[in-house]
Design a protein. Structure first.
Length: 564
C-alpha cells in the first residue's frame, strides 16, 4: 500500500522537495516568501525511477558519491529536486541525452538565500527581500565618480617609480594568497616596459598588478586607479580574438580578482567565466603536449605558475557561482597537478580547499553523512594567513548552511570546532582591516557568521555575537561605504528580530504559568513522596536542563544595546 500524504503539496514545493503548508485555497508560506507561483496539479503525477551507477569520489578520508548516484541516497528534507520542463532561475535542465537530472537550488550554497530564510523563520512579516549583502566592501561604488579615462599607454598613467611601488604593495598584500605571478619575470617586464624598445604584450598584467596595488594602498579610489583598470580592460578585450596565452589568462585573472574585491557581483562573475575560457583556449589547464592542429602554441611559463593560475581561477569561479546561484565553468580535460609550496606564500593552502569546494556543486546532491565528513576534514586544517583563514571560514559556513537545510544534527564537538574557527576568522578580519587590506571576505564572513550563530542558538554561539557585530562596526568605520552600512544594519536587524522572538516565547511561558502556577515543592506531599528523600540535583535530566538555562540570564546586555 502506498504512503498516504496528510496534505497535497503545491507544485513549487513538490519540485523543490520542501515541506508545504498550503491547503489549496491560499499560497503556502514558502511560495509567499520567495515569490513563487503557488499552484496545484489537477492530474496525479506518475512515479518515475532511474537506475544509474557511478564511482564514488574520495577526498582525503571523505568518500563522496558522484552526482549520478546521490539522488537516491539523500535523507528526507534534502535540498535537491527533480527537474521539470520549466526553469524559474533555481532549476537547471539535465545534460542532453542523459537520464540524470541536475538540480541547482538557490538555497544550496547562497548566503543571501540563507539570510532570507533565517529572517522568514524569525518573523515572516518583517523579513527583508532576497538580496546579496556584504559581498564585498564597495559593491561597485569605488570608481563611479570617474569617467572613462583616455589614456592608451601604461607609461602615461604611472611612472617607473610608481609602478615599482605599486608592485611592491601587490606582492606584499595580495600575492601571499593569490600567488600566481613569478616575481623575477615580472620585474624584468617592468624594466623592459620603460626601455626604448618596449612592447605591449605584457601590459594587461602590469596594469592589473598596479590597479590592485592602488586598491591595497588607499581607502579611496584615485584617478590613477581608474585609468589602470580601464586600460587593462581595453587591452584584454582587444586581444581576446587573438591566440590566447598564459599572459592573457593572468591578465583576466587579475581583473577578476579586482572586480571581486570592488565591483558588483554579475560583473565579477562574468569576468571569472571569461578567465576560465581563456585558460581553456590557452591550454593552461593541461600538462599534456598540445595538439599541433588544435592548439599549436607553446607554453612560455613554468608548470607551477600555470597550475597556480588555473587553481586560483577555479577558486574564484566556483565561489562566485555559488554565491550568485549561477553555473560555473568546468574544464573537463584538466590534467594539472597540485602547485608546489613556496616560502612565505600560502596559495597552496587556498588551493587545497578546492576539492571540498567542488563537491558543493548543487548538481552533486550530497547527504548529511558526506557533508558532515567534509566539514570535519576542513576543521582539521590549520590555515595561517588571514585571507586563507577567511576562505576556510567561508567554506565551513557554506557546509553548515547545507547541513542546516537538511536539518542534520551536527555533533557538539564538530560544532565547537566550527565556532572556534569563526572566532579565528574574526581575528583575521581585524588583522586585514588594521592593515588596510580590503579583502572581499572582510564583511562577508562576519555577516554570514551572524546568520549561522543565530541559527545555532546556543550559549557558545550567542556569546560570539558581540564580537562579530563589533567587527562589522569596525569595518564600517574604516571604509564607510553603502555596502558596509547595509551589512551592519542588516546584521543588527537580524539580532534584534531574534531577541524579540525570544522575548515573545518567554512571555508565552509566563502567561501559561499564570494559569498553571509552578508547584511549591515544600508543601506538595505527593511530590515529596515521589522524590523518596532525593533532591532535584540528583536527577541527571534536571542537571542538563539547568545547564541549558544558564545562558538565558543576561550577562553583558549585548542584545539590548545592539537593538538601538
Amino acid at each position: 500500500m502506498s504512503r498516504q500524504r496528510s496534505r497535497i503539496a503545491c507544485e513549487p514545493c513538490r519540485e523543490r522537495k520542501r515541506k508545504c503548508d498550503g491547503d489549496g485555497s491560499h499560497p503556502c508560506n514558502l511560495c509567499s516568501g520567495f515569490g513563487y507561483d503557488c499552484h496545484y496539479r489537477s492530474v496525479p503525477r506518475r512515479r518515475r525511477t532511474a537506475a544509474v551507477s557511478a564511482t564514488p569520489k574520495t577526498i582525503g578520508a571523505t568518500t563522496v558519491p558522484s552526482a549520478s548516484t546521490q539522488q537516491n541516497d539523500l535523507p528526507t528534507g534534502s535540498p535537491t529536486t527533480s527537474v521539470t520542463g520549466k526553469s524559474d532561475g533555481n532549476v537547471i535542465l539535465g545534460l542532453p541525452g542523459s537520464s540524470q537530472c541536475y538540480v541547482r537550488s538557490v538555497e544550496s550554497n547562497s548566503g543571501a538565500a540563507f539570510m532570507r530564510k533565517l529572517a522568514m523563520a524569525i518573523d515572516p512579516s518583517d523579513a527583508p527581500p532576497l538580496q546579496l549583502l556584504a559581498w564585498n566592501l564597495f559593491l561597485g561604488e569605488r570608481l563611479q565618480s570617474y569617467s572613462t579615462p583616455i589614456w592608451t599607454s601604461l607609461t602615461d598613467v604611472v611612472s617607473l617609480a610608481e609602478m615599482r611601488t605599486l608592485a611592491q604593495v601587490y606582492f606584499e598584500k595580495v600575492d601571499c594568497c593569490y600567488g600566481f605571478i613569478e616575481r623575477s619575470h615580472f620585474d624584468r617586464c617592468v624594466d623592459s616596459k620603460w626601455s626604448p624598445e618596449s612592447s605591449p604584450w605584457y601590459d594587461a598584467v602590469l596594469c592589473g598588478v598596479a590597479a590592485l596595488g592602488c586598491l591595497f594602498s588607499t581607502r579611496r579610489a584615485e584617478e590613477k586607479e581608474a585609468g589602470l583598470v580601464y586600460l587593462a580592460k581595453s587591452i584584454l578585450e582587444r586581444e581576446a580574438h587573438l591566440n590566447s596565452s598564459i599572459h592573457d589568462a593572468t591578465g583576466w585573472l587579475l581583473r577578476t580578482v579586482y572586480l571581486r574585491l570592488t565591483a558588483r557581483p554579475e560583473d565579477a562573475w562574468i569576468a571569472s567565466c571569461t578567465t576560465m575560457h581563456i585558460i581553456d583556449a590557452a591550454g593552461v589547464h593541461s600538462e599534456t603536449p598540445p595538439s599541433k592542429i588544435l592548439r599549436p602554441m607553446t607554453h612560455e611559463s613554468p608548470p607551477d605558475t600555470r597550475r597556480r593560475v588555473f587553481g586560483v581561477a577555479q577558486h574564484m569561479n566556483i565561489w562566485m557561482s555559488f554565491d550568485l546561484a549561477r553555473s560555473r565553468v568546468v574544464l573537463q580535460n584538466a590534467t594539472t597537478v597540485s602547485a608546489v609550496e613556496r616560502p612565505n606564500n600560502f596559495t597552496t593552502e587556498l588551493l587545497e580547499l578546492l576539492p571540498y569546494s567542488e563537491i558543493l556543486d548543487p548538481a552533486m546532491s550530497l547527504g548529511g553523512v558526506e557533508l558532515s565528513s567534509a566539514l570535519a576534514g576542513i576543521l582539521q586544517r590549520f590555515h595561517t594567513e588571514p585571507p586563507s583563514v577567511l576562505a576556510q571560514c567561508n567554506l565551513t559556513l557554506c557546509i553548515y548552511r547545507r547541513l542546516y537545510g537538511l536539518k542534520w544534527e551536527i555533533p557538539p564537538e564538530i560544532l565547537d570546532k566550527a565556532l572556534a574557527l569563526i572566532e579565528r576568522g574574526l581575528q583575521a578580519v581585524h588583522a586585514i582591516t588594521v592593515s588596510e587590506s580590503p579583502w572581499h571576505q572582510a564583511a562577508n564572513v562576519p555577516f554570514q557568521a551572524i546568520c549561522a550563530l543565530l541559527t545555532i542558538d546556543s550559549a557558545n554561539s550567542l556569546a560570539l555575537l558581540g564580537d562579530t557585530i563589533a567587527i562589522l562596526v569596525e569595518i564600517d568605520q574604516v571604509y564607510q561605504t553603502k555596502a558596509t552600512r547595509e551589512a551592519l544594519f542588516a546584521a543588527r536587524s537580524l539580532v534584534y528580530m531574534h531577541q524579540k522572538r525570544r522575548e515573545a516565547d518567554v512571555k508565552k511561558q509566563a502567561d501559561m504559568l499564570k494559569f498553571y502556577p509552578a508547584t511549591t515543592v515544600a508543601n506538595d506531599e505527593e511530590f515529596i513522596d515521589f522524590l523518596h528523600g532525593q533532591s532535584l540535583a540528583d536527577f541527571t535530566w534536571f542537571n542538563d536542563f539547568a545547564n541549558e538555562v544558564d545562558f538565558m540570564a543576561p550577562s553583558d546586555g549585548f542584545l539590548d544595546s545592539s537593538a538601538e
